[in-house]
Write a protein that binds this ligand. Structure first.
Ligand code: B12
Ligand code: SF4
Ligand code: SF4
Length: 348
């Protein structure tokens, strides 16, 4: 059987990445475990090393948190109790375990948290794309001191805004914890005002069932008709609550090449994307999170975008081409979009 270090090296070799830093990390962690057993470990020095290893691996920030989450657990259970997770059944299935790391990985007493910035460099300005109804908008996807939870419920920081992903490693090492960040939302409520569907029902409370990110990425069935006009041209996720956040002016473009814009998806026309065959969808979303929504939901979302677009013969022709699509889900959204286009034509 492979040791953890060998598995990490093998995995990184498959991804053709230089494994040397990962090997160093694994060797150092092995040494730390040995030193720990001999009761001569310097946990402060180890925490500093973990931070510098994290930076060497490309993370913008690393923090360490304890696992006392009882206040968060009560709020999580209340959220689930109100059904705000919609059809994300895994959220209910995991239940309180989400707030009890030691039940997920026995022995856990600390969580090492990481921040990975994802703001793509040189992407078309979001405001321009959102304002052009013929184009498709695709989203860009506290305790440990990485930031505070904003009123939009995302984590944000004064130096980096909120354009980042979070990762966690559970550990049984009693590492010193990082100081929690102070909150800096103050009296601002720009994200709540900007949300197109009113999904931020109160500060720090999100009803996922109304969130465009949920409707276009997580939901597999029909998008509720009342919400369709509010989605506009957002065909994969939504960033409005982050776009208006004043702290995002401090966000830095990500140096990670994987987050660079591909296939001109920062400025594509809805009609053009709607014309993609399943093969083209598979090829052009290779290695991207977009692929997981499936071709069927991709067409569903684009149909909603086209239904919301300004009237044009080209749009109507593109929709008609898919009026007999084999998927009842796509057919239903196309029929809705054609009605919307007809309503707009008649009102001209
Ligand atoms: C489920 C989920 C979703 C759902 C629900 C989102 C949500 N806010 O709950 C949907 C599909 C809508 C979604 C959307 C998005 N998501 Co998401 N999502 C998750 C996931 C898997 C779980 C989140 C969760 O536990 N929700 C449950 C609720 C109960 O949690 P909560 O809102 O944090 O609830 C707390 C607060 O309400 C707080 N609270 C309540 N009252 C009060 C009062 C005060 C004073 C305070 C301080 C707190 C507070 O207590 C609650 C319990 O802790 C995480 C990854 C993970 N494994 O954790 C990613 C995650 C949150 N998502 C992420 C991203 C990027 C997004 C999107 C931006 C994607 C996009 N562009 O479309 C949008 C943003 C929408 C938004 N405004 O949140 C990132 C966020 C990174 C960051 N900077 O914070 C995460 C962390 C994924 C990752 N690995 O990086 N997501
Ligand atoms: S992602 Fe969009 S729909 Fe969801 S809460 Fe933010 S602004 Fe609202
Ligand atoms: S927009 Fe304002 S209220 Fe919302 S997260 Fe940013 S600072 Fe906080």
């Amino acid at each position: 059987m492979r040791s953890p270090a060998e598995s990490v090296v093998a995995a990184s070799a498959r991804e053709e990445r230089a494994p040397s830093i990962i090997v160093d990390v694994m060797i150092a962690l092995d040494a730390a475990a040995e030193a720990m057993a001999a009761k001569r470990i310097d946990l402060g020095a180890l925490a500093r090393d973990i931070r510098s290893w994290g930076r060497a691996l490309g993370f913008a920030q690393v923090g360490i948190a304890d696992i006392e989450l009882s206040a968060e657990e009560a709020r999580l259970l209340a959220w689930l109790g109100e059904g705000r997770h919609g059809e994300m059944h895994y959220m209910a299935r995991h239940g309180a375990r989400r707030a009890r790391p030691a039940e997920l990985v026995p022995g856990t007493i600390r969580v090492i948290t990481t921040r990975l910035d994802y703001l793509p460099p040189r992407a078309k300005p979001a405001a321009k794309v959102l304002a052009d109804g013929d184009r498709a908008y695709l989203a860009l996807a506290a305790r440990s001191g990485l930031g505070w939870q904003g009123k939009h419920t995302l984590l944000l920081s004064r130096d980096a805004g909120s354009w980042f992903f979070l990762g966690e490693i559970y550990t049984d090492l009693p590492l010193p914890v990082t100081r929690a960040a102070r909150e800096h939302c103050g009296s601002c409520h720009a994200c709540i005002d900007a949300c197109p569907t009113g999904a931020i029902v109160a500060p720090y409370q999100l009803d996922a069932r109304r969130c465009i990110s949920y409707l276009t990425i997580e939901l597999r069935g029909s998008i509720p008709e009342a919400l369709r006009p509010l989605i506009g041209n957002r065909v994969y996720g939504c960033d409005d609550c982050q776009l208006v956040c004043p702290w995002n002016k401090y966000a830095q473009p990500s140096p990670e090449p994987d987050f660079a814009v591909r296939h001109g998806l920062d400025d594509a026309r809805l009609v053009e994307l709607f014309g993609w065959s399943e093969k083209e969808f598979e090829a052009r979303t290779e290695g991207s999170a977009i692929r997981r929504i499936s071709y069927e939901c991709w067409l569903r979302n684009l149909a909603v975008g086209l239904g919301n677009a300004p009237y044009s013969k080209l749009t109507v022709a593109a929709l008609r081409q898919r009026a007999d699509d084999p998927s009842p889900l796509v057919r239903e959204h196309v029929a809705w979009a054609l009605e919307e286009q007809e309503r707009r034509r008649a009102a001209r």
